[in-house]
Every structure is written in structure tokens, then in C-alpha cells.
Design a protein around this ligand. Sequence first.
Ligand SMILES: [Zn+2]
Length: 300
Amino acid sequence: MLAATAVFGWSRSADAFCRSTTCSGECSRNADGCKTDGEKLFWPGLCVGISLQEDGSAHIDRDIWVDIAHNAIVAWVDLDCGNGAASIHLAPAKDVVCHLSQYDPDGPNANIIMFQDTKWQYAGEDNTLAKATVSYDTETGEILDTDIELNHAYNEYTTGDDFVVYDLQSILTHELGHLMGLDHTLDYNATMNAGYQQGTTELRTPELDDIDGVCAIYPPGREGPTSCEPNGGFASECATDVEDAGCSCRTVGPSPSSLWRAGPGARKSGPQGGGFAIALALASLVALQRRRPRTDETSK
Ligand SMILES: [Zn+2]
């Protein structure tokens, strides 16, 4: 599942980072393993508001979770591009009730981080650690909404610096990289590398390659809308008008963009290898037309 980006010794340029694009399915890739088809994804504004689903996880102390989420978000803020700070800001937004990864082109939305404690809805992906769903304009690559789901139904996250198994902050930091528009990179040292060595906390902050990627997408001085509000405005309440959902949030606005998969065949995260590795695979992007949502989903 990760083979395309898991080749050791693949020559690559100094800037190895990859940007996510509108291409899904079979896409051409360059020597760095980056997609060359499709429009590159980006947030047009200067700020993205991010909400936590208010229930958090039954297995993690609320205060600890809020701290971890905050740290992961802040890690991507004001990155130093050498000639100024990257022109994208991630801002904590109000918690939301809704517990769905969803984008509503006709209503308010929210970019949500949520736990799935009891059920993981993605068939055959029980061993996935997390999934980010990015909704975007298929013509321009403009990101419309991103939601991140943490699979606590099948995995036990750890939150401290000792006895680390699946480090929650590392996993969330990586997923937030997808929210920024980054795809997996072949750079072993990058947080956006597709490999995660179980037991480490090394992905808690963006590394040089990740920062280069963010600076390429959002160079210092870029102009754009300054509002941190989600597309269509911010909706924190549940609407109950969606079939099968029970409670739908015309407010929750996410789409899956990446998976972290545990299992055999996963690539080692570094040259030392050894031990059990968790692989992170860009899993799926939900493409949405500017006005008419598409429901295409692709896994790779
Ligand atoms: Zn990933």
C-alpha cells in the first residue's frame, strides 16, 4: 500500500516535499515520488480555524487532549521561511458537537479533529491510526474543508514521553500536515514521511522538509482572506436533517486525506529500521466541485 513512496535510496532533490493534488487514483509522479498530475491543493486564506469535537476521547483526559491538540496545531504556526513567516495560520476555533467528517457546500462548516472511540467506519482499515479528509475544489485545488479522525476504536494512543506506543501528538501533527496541503515525502527525517516508528515521538514537530513545503505553498507576504472562519461560516451545533446520520453537522467539514496504517509490509521510518513500523499512507481525498459535491473517493 505504501510501496510507491517507500523506496530506499531513491534519489531526490533537496526539496523532497510533496504537495497533495486534485489527482486521485493513478497519478504520474516525479523522482521525488510527488504527484505531477492535477492542481496542487492549498488554502486560499491566511488562516484556518480548527475545532475539536467536544467529546474528545473517553480514554484520554480532556485537559491532556486539549494540550496535545494545541501543541500539534501550534507546531505548524509561524514557520520560519528564512525571509519571513509562512503566510498561513492555524487558529483554534470553538469546539463542535458534531461528530462527522463532512463538508457542506451550501452551509456552514468546521474543520474538526475528532476521536472515533467505538467504531471505525472505513471498511478494511481497522488498523488505520488516523484519517484526514480533505475536501477541495477539483478545478483550482482550493481546499474547502479538512476533518481529521483518530482511530481510537482499534488503536491505543499514548500521550506521554514514556512508554510510548502510538504517540498521539506525533500522529496528529502528521495529519495536520495533510490539512496544510502536504502529501507524503520520501525524506526520512520529515514528519510527512509515510513511516512512523512505533514508540517514538519524533513527529511532533515539522522538520526542514515539511517547513520547506509549507513555505512553498504559503510564502511570506502572500495575500488572501484573513478570516479564520470555515467555508460557509462556522457552525458548532448539530443539525438533525440528515438521513442515517442521526445528527449531522452541516457544520462539520472534513474529508479524508490520509491514513496511518499498521501492519506488515510497512516501511521503516529510518535507516536503522528494526522493530515494528507504522506506515502512513495517503488514503483518500474527497473531491468536491465548486458548487456540486462529488463523492469520489480513492484509496491508495
Ligand atoms: Zn499521512
